[in-house]
Ligand binder design. Structure first.
Ligand SMILES: Cc1cc2nc3c(=O)[nH]c(=O)nc-3n(C[C@H](O)[C@H](O)[C@H](O)COP(=O)(O)OP(=O)(O)OC[C@H]3O[C@@H](n4cnc5c(N)ncnc54)[C@H](O)[C@@H]3O)c2cc1C
Length: 559
């Protein structure tokens, strides 16, 4: 064929440049519950076996292609703020993509914001955590208002007259996103406003002031003047807010609208431009004499709102464990379909080491989160209540902190396409540091563990009693526990050493849970890689002898 011939060929021939082969396909239409062995086992073990069928139905819905697409859309079109309407009235209206509202509606209709309060009892927190775990794999941003609504209830209950008025609508399974007074709605969502410019971790630095309108005290109205530098979900119907009352830092319930139907002046100045958590609006606000009711006792604001914070920290743990599961599922799925150098990636020894290691991390996170869920269900039992106190901080710190590294590694398993915006990995990666930073960042969690050690040493004893249930199951765990106990007795420089201690507390607990409940190939590889030897630095450095094929087969998301 000469040059003139090839130029005269039709365009159709020129368009057939190559066949698309050796690529993955979307991971969709999997049942997020039935395809996840570790999740099903955890649900059964921790007391929610009765929820199996309902969770399977939820998993089917959440894993469907069209539902996963909602997560994509809700993040592709970020929320927008209208401070005023076109006539000049103040409206503070945030507009979201319909996909965000669809996700919110599903979450609320399934009780992700309320089921342990409306239907408490055995397995209630566990079943909710399992639903949150699946829902968060689809989209994490809307989890923020769902969590805050859920978490507000224990704080609100410190003031029964407020709880009587608000709780029924907060826990109702009705999502109503309209920008109208709470009296006109059947279902309400709640936000939280603590952080100010000059201090987030140290809320005692808050300068927002609260002026009593009448005699003052729990359940009575105040007017708040000041600012809040991070207010997520600003379309919430009300917020738990910290402000300085005459008697000290106190907690308040601040609705978006006053009872007379006028707008309460919690004014949204602008929306944050966040690297992740894009579907969820976070805002900067000013309070210009906003009406609010005192929750809990005057001067006991931190004590009151910590009830809410504890629940949001638990949800951070569940949410980050879910992020890990979503990332590992993508990596396993891709590696099972892609070949390089003559073999599928999932069969290449070094990739098997990486994938198995990621799967171990993910299963350890899930086991820990679900163990705390069971403790939440059993707080009448003193041991379980003490576990909640210590493990909420340990788990929030460890699971959230491990997630960015794991997510990046899962991205690398996918190769260059994992970096591209049409892959789920960039969204998972951008989301991954958020849980670690908000609701008390890493150091704050570690300092909390030390506070527990000082104020409630029985909680540390409960932690070690829990570890003792796996005594003798693995020599590396026995050694790790002995060393940890020794190091807790040394009170010198505790604050300086806190991260090292809490790291080891988390690993020992995860190892003990896996030894007690997971197959031995999972538990042994976890202990060998995380407790024995010098400790690993990157994923993919499991010792010889780890049964990577079995670990991978257990973790693989099945169609
Ligand atoms: C996306 C997003 C949404 C948010 N939404 C909300 C919201 O809705 N409501 C709300 O109230 N807040 C919200 N926040 C704020 C968040 O809770 C705070 O950013 C967080 O508590 C940390 O406070 P800070 O930013 O002031 O950091 P700082 O308190 O200044 O802390 C900075 C660093 O110092 C460390 N540190 C602090 N004290 C110590 C110490 N004693 N020893 C050692 N290290 C220490 C911290 O761990 C942290 O690493 C949001 C944050 C983000 C990122």
């Amino acid at each position: 064929m000469n040059a003139a011939d090839s130029l005269s060929k039709p365009a159709l021939f020129l368009a057939e440049t190559h066949e698309v082969v050796n690529v993955a396909r979307e991971l969709a239409d999997t049942n997020l519950y039935l395809s996840d062995l570790a999740l099903q086992e955890a649900v059964r073990r921790e007391g929610a076996a009765a929820a199996h069928d309902a969770l399977a139905a939820f998993g089917q819905m959440a894993g469907a292609a069209e539902y996963l697409e909602l997560g994509v859309l809700a993040n592709r079109v970020p929320p927008e703020l209208d401070t005023h309407d076109r006539f000049g009235h103040r409206v503070d209206l945030v507009r979201f993509h319909p996909a965000y509202h669809a996700l919110m509606a599903t979450a609320i209709e399934h009780g992700l914001h309320s089921s342990p309060w409306t239907d408490p009892g055995r397995g209630a927190h566990v079943a909710r955590a399992a639903r949150c775990y699946m829902q968060s794999q689809v989209e994490a941003g809307h989890g923020c208002p769902v969590t805050m609504t859920f978490a507000a209830v224990p704080s609100l209950r410190t003031t029964p007259e407020l709880a009587r008025r608000w709780e029924p609508k907060i826990t109702a399974r009705v999502y109503d996103p309209r920008n109208v007074p709470d009296a006109q709605k059947q279902g309400l969502t709640i936000g939280m406003a603590m952080t100010e410019k000059q201090g987030g971790s140290d809320v005692r630095a808050n300068t927002t002031r609260a002026y009593p309108i009448g005699p003052g005290g729990p359940g009575t109205p105040y007017e708040l003047v000041g600012h809040k530098y991070f207010v997520s979900a600003p379309m919430s119907d009300a917020f738990l807010v910290l402000a300085q009352a005459p008697g000290g830092l106190s907690c308040f319930l601040l609705p978006r609208w006053r009872p007379d139907g006028s707008k309460n002046p919690l004014q949204v100045l602008r929306l944050k431009r966040k690297m992740g958590n894009v579907s969820n609006a976070s805002s900067e606000t000013e309070l210009r004499g906003a009406l609010a009711w005192m929750v809990g006792e005057e001067g006991r604001g931190v004590r009151t709102i910590i009830e809410m914070v504890a629940m949001t920290r638990f949800d951070c743990m569940v949410g980050s464990a879910a992020g890990q599961r979503a990332a590992v599922s993508q990596a396993l799925h891709h590696a099972s379909l892609r070949s390089a150098f003559g073999r599928r990636l999932i069969e290449q020894p070094l990739m098997m080491n990486v994938l198995a290691d990621l799967a171990l991390e993910s299963e350890g996170s899930l086991a820990m989160a679900m163990r705390v869920a069971r403790a939440l269900d059993s707080r009448a039992d003193a041991h379980e209540d003490l576990l909640v106190r210590v493990l909420t901080s340990v788990g929030k710190y460890w699971i959230c902190k491990r997630t960015p590294q794991l997510t990046y590694e899962a991205m690398e398993c996918i190769g260059g396409s994992g970096v591209m915006e049409d892959s789920p990995l960039p969204r998972l990666f951008r989301e991954s540091p958020v849980n670690a930073i908000w609701e008390g960042s890493g150091n704050v969690q570690c300092l909390d563990v030390l506070r527990v050690l000082r104020k409630a040493p029985a909680a540390i004893e409960a932690y070690f009693a829990e570890l003792a249930l796996a005594r003798g199951a693995h020599a590396a765990l026995d050694r790790a526990v002995a060393a940890l106990q020794r190091d807790f007795l040394d009170h010198a420089d505790l604050e300086y050493r806190a991260r090292g201690l809490v790291d080891r507390m988390a690993l020992a607990l995860q190892a003990s849970l896996l030894l007690r409940h997971a197959p031995s190939y999972v538990a042994d590889a976890f202990c060998a890689s995380r407790l024995a030897g010098t400790g690993q630095h990157n994923f993919g450095a499991l010792d010889r002898g780890a049964d990577c094929a079995a670990i991978i087969a257990r973790a693989a998301p099945r169609a």
